[in-house]
Design a binder for this molecule. Structure first.
Ligand code: HEM
Length: 480
C-alpha cells in the first residue's frame, strides 16, 4: 500500500514545490522590478516575498503571533532583508509591512494626504460603508469630531466616572455569587453593557437584543473570514444585518413619533440633519465595537499580567487600598482620585504596550511614496505594525517582560512614537481617555474587593487580536 501511494505522493509534492519555487521567483522578480514616481526616478519596491499562493505569509504571521515570541515574524524578515520595511502578503492581499517607528509615525501623521485607512475587505463588510474606519475626507472628520465630543474630558469627569463605577460594582456583585468565573467573557459582557449605557442607548428590549446579537458580530471581527454557512464570520455578517435593521426600525419609529422626547446618542445623531440613516446605523455599530472589544481585553490582560508579577500586584494594591482608606468605603471615586493613581498609570501603559490590543493600522498609499531607498507605488496597502515597536528589544529592555516600573519616569506618553497603542494623527483613537479611565476604575474596584486564584496557565495569543485562549478561569474570594 505504501508503495502504491508513494509515487503519486512524491510527484504531487514535487509539483507543489516546483510551483512554489516558480511563484517565489516571480514574486522576487516583481519585488526587484523598477517602478516610476512622477519624476520618473527609478526606485525599487522594498525587499520581500509574497509567500505561498493565496495565503501568502499569513501562516508564518499566525505562527509567530500565537507563539511566545510574537515578534518572530518581524525578526526573521529583518534579518533576511536587513530592513524593517518589507513586502509581504497578509490577510488576502499583498502589503508593505513596516516595523519602523519613524515611518509608522509618518504614515499615521499623513492620513488623508499621502495615505488613507484601508482595512481588509472582510473587516469592511462587517464595519459597513460608513463605519468610521471605512470613511474618508470630510465625512471622517465630521464623524471623528462627533466621537471626540461624545467622549470629551468633561463627559468623562462629570458623567462617566460615576456611571462606570456603578456598573462595575453591580457586575462584580454578580461575580461574587458565581465564585468561579472566566474573566475574559465576563469583562467582555461588562464592557458591552457599559458602552450601551455610556452611549445612552435608552434601556429597552431592543437594546438588550442588540447586546445579544452583538456577541456574534464582534466574534466575527476577530474570526478567520470564511463565508460558509455556520462559520463564525458568516454568523457575524448575519448579526450585522439584523443589528442594522433594528437600529433602522428605532430611527423610523422615532421619525413617526416626533412628539416623544429622547435624550440619547441616537437622537443627537438624528438631529445633526446631514447624516443619513445608513451613516447613523454604521456609526453606532462601529462605536459599540471599537469601544468594547479593546477595552475588555485590556482589563483581562491587566489582571493576567498583575497575577504573574506579584511585586506589581502588591504595589497596585497598596495604591488602591490607600485611596479607599482616604475616601471611605461608600464614597465614589472622583476625577482627582483617578488622577492620583500614579503607579496604576504605569500598569496601564505596560498593559497597553505588552497587550497590543490594536496590533497595527492598515493604510493605502494615495500616491507613490518614497521610503529610504525604496518606493511604494500608489494604491499599495501599508500595514504599520505597532506591535513590532512595542515588543522591540532596541526600544524596550526585556520587551516581553511585564515591567510597569519602566514607565515611572515616563508618565507623559502622548508624544512617544515608540509607544502608540491608540494610533495617531487624524485617526487617533477618540476613546483613549475613556479606555484608560475604565481600566483604572475597574482595577480599583476589582483589586480592593477581591483576592483571586488563576485556575489555568495563561499563554496569550495575539492572532488575529490578543486574547487568552483559555478565557482566564479564576476563583474569587472577597477580601477581609
Ligand atoms: C484599549 C483600548 C483601545 C485601543 C488600544 C484602541 C486603539 C485604537 C487605534 C489604534 C485606533 C486607530 C485605527 C487607525 O488609525 O486605523 C483606534 C481608532 C478608533 N477608536 Fe479606539 N482603541 C481603544 C478603545 C476605544 C474606545 C473605548 C472607543 C470608544 C468608545 C474607541 C473608539 C475608536 C474609534 C471611533 C476609532 C476610529 C477613529 C477614526 O477612524 O477616526 N476606541 N482605536
Amino acid at each position: 500500500m505504501a508503495d502504491q501511494i508513494s509515487l503519486p505522493l512524491v510527484l504531487f509534492t514535487a509539483a507543489v514545490a516546483l510551483f512554489h519555487l516558480i511563484y517565489r521567483w516571480w514574486n522576487a522578480r516583481r519585488g526587484q522590478r523598477k517602478t516610476h514616481n512622477e519624476k520618473s526616478q527609478a526606485v525599487h519596491l522594498p525587499p520581500g516575498s509574497t509567500g505561498w499562493p493565496l495565503i501568502g505569509e499569513t501562516y508564518s504571521y499566525y505562527r509567530s503571533m500565537t507563539s511566545n515570541r510574537p515578534r518572530q515574524f518581524i525578526d526573521d524578515r529583518e534579518k533576511r532583508y536587513d530592513s524593517e520595511i518589507f513586502v509581504s502578503h497578509l490577510f488576502g492581499s499583498q502589503a508593505v509591512v513596516s516595523a519602523d517607528p519613524q515611518f509608522n509615525k509618518y504614515v499615521l501623521q499623513n492620513e488623508g494626504r499621502r495615505f488613507q485607512a484601508q482595512y481588509p475587505k472582510a473587516l469592511k463588510a462587517l464595519m459597513g460603508d460608513y463605519g468610521l474606519l471605512s470613511v474618508h475626507g470630510d465625512l471622517q472628520r465630521k464623524l471623528h469630531g462627533i466621537a471626540v465630543n461624545l467622549l470629551s474630558f468633561e463627559r468623562l469627569k462629570f458623567d462617566f466616572t460615576e456611571e462606570i463605577q456603578n456598573l462595575v460594582h453591580s457586575t462584580l456583585d454578580r461575580w461574587v455569587d458565581k465564585k468561579e468565573i472566566f474573566l475574559q467573557n465576563e469583562c467582555h459582557q461588562m464592557v458591552l453593557n457599559l458602552m450601551a449605557k455610556l452611549l445612552d442607548l435608552s434601556p429597552s428590549k431592543e437594546t438588550h437584543e442588540i447586546c445579544e446579537l452583538f456577541v456574534d458580530y464582534t466574534n466575527a471581527m476577530i474570526a478567520i473570514p470564511i463565508k460558509i454557512p455556520g462559520s463564525t464570520y458568516a454568523k457575524g455578517l448575519k448579526a450585522r444585518k439584523v443589528l442594522i435593521r433594528k437600529i433602522f426600525n428605532i430611527i423610523k419609529e422615532r421619525r413617526n413619533n416626533p412628539h416623544v422626547v429622547h435624550n440619547d446618542l441616537l437622537q443627537k445623531l438624528m438631529e445633526e440633519g446631514s447624516l443619513s440613516d445608513e451613516i447613523i446605523c454604521d456609526f453606532i455599530l462601529f462605536l459599540l465595537f471599537a469601544g468594547h472589544e479593546t477595552s475588555s481585553r485590556a482589563m483581562t490582560f491587566a489582571i493576567k499580567f498583575l497575577t504573574t508579577c506579584p511585586e506589581a500586584l502588591t504595589q497596585t494594591k497598596e495604591e488602591h487600598d490607600a485611596i479607599l482608606k482616604a475616601k471611605g468605603r461608600y464614597k465614589k471615586l472622583e476625577w482627582d482620585d483617578y488622577k492620583s493613581m500614579k503607579f496604576t498609570q504605569c500598569v496601564i501603559n505596560e498593559t497597553l504596550r505588552l497587550g497590543n490590543f490594536a496590533p497595527g493600522v492598515f493604510r493605502e498609499t494615495k500616491e507613490d511614496t518614497k521610503v529610504k531607498d525604496c518606493l511604494i507605488p500608489k494604491g499599495w496597502v501599508v500595514f504599520a505594525f505597532l506591535t513590532a515597536t512595542h515588543l522591540d528589544e532596541k526600544f524596550h529592555n526585556e520587551a516581553l517582560t511585564f515591567n510597569p516600573w519602566r514607565w515611572e519616569l515616563d508618565q507623559d506618553v502622548s508624544n512617544n512614537h515608540l509607544f502608540s497603542p491608540f494610533g495617531g494623527g487624524a485617526r487617533l483613537c477618540p476613546g483613549s481617555h475613556l479606555a484608560r479611565l475604565e481600566l483604572a476604575l475597574f482595577l480599583h474596584i476589582f483589586i480592593t474587593r477581591f483576592r483571586w486564584e488563576a485556575l489555568a496557565d495563561q499563554h496569550p495569543s495575539y492572532f488575529p487580536l490578543p486574547y487568552l485562549p483559555k478565557g482566564f478561569p479564576m476563583r474569587l474570594y472577597n477580601r477581609e
